[in-house]
Design a protein around this ligand. Structure first.
Ligand code: DMJ
Length: 534
């Protein structure tokens, strides 16, 4: 029902045709380097803000000048059952949002925050069962899907002229890849596009988007170390050389692993599960330190550290707040016991500061990078652990987090990034993921009867917390007959470990522990001591 944007066509690798408007490239000047988190890259000054304050190290160029927060929050309104606000917000997006902008954005951030939210809202609006109440839009003509398609087409140039198939980190929405673009990108940024691009492809019946995203994942995967099976965190997209050799679960890597599993959950492609299982095993072998079992035995509590991808040797002594998503991922595969321990470690850090510092040095027992931009990862894991165990301890954790957010981050017109978790100074910034993730997961934690919970696992959360339905529609790809056989097959490496079977772990938290602390109190105390709480 919707037209292809046109008129011209480009070609990306292997003769796979991309249908998108040709953007002519012009110089994009005025970049400044701003170090930040996983997706740190040069940042163009925003037209309405002037030069970015270099003293503020956590500014990022995610804003895009396209009503980011409004879009990112759409499905939160639906999950909260607020149909009038949802309908109002959707109409506002339809009437006012345009991607035809001379604006340079990060491919990853635009995908997870904007594309993902548009697709999620579209799925909610067109769901015949309307599980969240009446979220229908009068005379809806797939406008959000059109917008999603338009945005994705504008992101496609990132996948062109790259020798490895790994995309450029940034594109200008009007002009394509800036000519002075860097050839370096991070693993998470380049390799976590498959869920959104795959959904779009399957809704449109156009393989292009899934094809480029899948090719990027496979390209990264093929670059893993022969010795450890690990991936680094920054790679050159032309040479395939690892520029950042750090392998960890936080900045630069996090959602890469998450999307291997979530792509499998959604699309049912076995190759995604095989990659995930293999990656998970390598993570256990090389990143995990501490005692073998979370809740028994001697030794330090389990912790996932940052190591050199080739040798497995420790690279530093910090963990970052992004890594707090990992227990939630472990819940999804049924490794609940191990999830309990890592979550407890992050919760202890939260208790100490009333927030999570961006980086925490476990050796020095102090923040290395002290800001807290209202990130959701700890709440997300808390919510998923509560769903898995129904242990009220996690309600207590949620309450604690909620109270600290109210106490330290509440501002006149919203909630503010903490500039420093110790002195609690604030910044004039509320990231869009606060509404799309942090608030959503907190709300869901306490809303036992939410349609998400009554649906019988019908919904999955994207890495930005957007709800998408896990249904047959996404399990079949209309183009399967067209692609040559073997197009999706994985290159097996001789040292490949056997795919692990985690399904047997699903009921590992025994009933008698349901109303006790999920972690024995001596182990809880041990963790509290390790972060200087006692
Ligand atoms: C979100 O944008 C996503 O969760 C992403 O995967 C990484 N982290 C931020 C929030 O912290």
């Amino acid at each position: 029902p919707w037209g292809q944007p046109g008129p011209s066509h480009g070609t990306v690798g292997n003769g796979h045709n991309l249908k998108y408007s040709k953007f002519h490239l012009r110089m994009n000047r005025g970049m400044v380097w701003v170090g930040r988190d996983s997706k740190a890259h040069p940042v163009p000054p925003l037209p309405w803000q002037g030069p970015l304050p270099l003293s503020n190290l956590n500014i990022n160029d995610v804003l895009g000048n396209y009503s980011l927060t409004l879009i990112d929050a759409l499905d939160t309104l639906a999950v909260m059952g607020n149909s009038s606000e949802f309908q109002k917000a959707v109409k506002l997006v339809i009437d006012t949002v345009s991607f035809d902008k001379d604006s340079t954005v990060q491919v990853f951030e635009a995908t997870i925050r904007v594309l993902g939210s548009l697709l999620s809202a579209h799925i909610i609006i067109t769901d015949t069962k309307q599980p969240f109440g009446d979220m229908s839009i009068k005379d809806y003509d797939n406008e959000l899907l059109h917008l999603a398609h338009d945005l994705a087409v504008r992101l496609l140039p990132a996948f062109e002229n790259t020798k490895t198939g790994i995309p450029y980190p940034r594109v200008n929405l009007k002009k394509g890849v800036p000519p002075d673009s860097h050839n370096e990108t991070c693993t998470a940024g380049a390799g976590s596009l498959l869920v959104e691009f795959g959904i779009l492809s399957r809704l449109l019946g156009d393989s292009t988007f899934e094809w480029v995203a899948r090719r990027a994942v496979k390209a990264l995967w093929s670059l893993r170390s022969n010795n450890t099976g690990l991936l680094g965190n920054v790679v050159n997209i032309q040479t395939g050389h690892w520029v950042g050799k750090q392998s960890g679960l936080g900045a630069g890597s996090d959602s890469f692993y998450e999307y291997l599993l979530k792509s499998y959950i959604l699309f049912g492609e076995k190759e995604d599960l095989d990659m995930f299982n293999s990656a998970y095993q390598n993570i256990q072998n090389h990143l995990r330190r501490g005692r073998e079992a979370c809740n028994e035995g001697e030794g330090d509590p389990p912790l996932y550290v940052n190591v050199n991808m080739y040798t497995g040797q420790l690279m530093n002594t910090w963990i970052d707040s992004l890594q707090a998503f990992f227990p939630g991922l472990q819940v999804l595969i049924g490794d609940v016991e191990d999830a309990i321990c890592l979550h407890a470690f992050y919760y202890a850090i939260w208790k100490r500061y009333g927030a999570l510092p961006e980086r925490y040095n476990w050796q020095l027992q102090a923040p290395d990078v002290p800001f807290y931009p209202l990130r959701p990862e700890l709440v997300e894991s808390t919510y998923l652990l509560y769903q898995a165990t129904k242990n009220p301890f996690y309600l207590h954790v949620g309450m604690d987090i909620l109270q600290s957010l109210e106490k330290y981050t509440k501002a006149k017109c919203g909630y503010a990034t903490l500039h420093h978790v110790v002195d609690k100074t604030k910044e004039d910034r509320m990231e869009s993921f606060f509404l799309s993730e942090t608030c959503k997961y907190l709300y869901l934690l306490f809303d036992e009867e939410n349609p998400v919970h009554r649906s019988g696992n019908k919904f999955m959360f994207t890495t930005e917390g957007h709800v998408v339905s896990v249904d047959e529609r996404f399990r079949s790809s209309l183009w399967e007959d067209i692609l040559p056989a073997g197009e999706h097959s994985l290159k097996a490496k001789p040292s490949e470990p056997k795919a692990a079977n985690f399904s047997s772990n699903c009921n590992r938290v025994p009933d008698e522990r349901r109303y006790l602390l999920p972690l024995k109190s001596n182990y809880m105390r041990q963790i509290d001591r390790m972060v200087g709480l006692i």
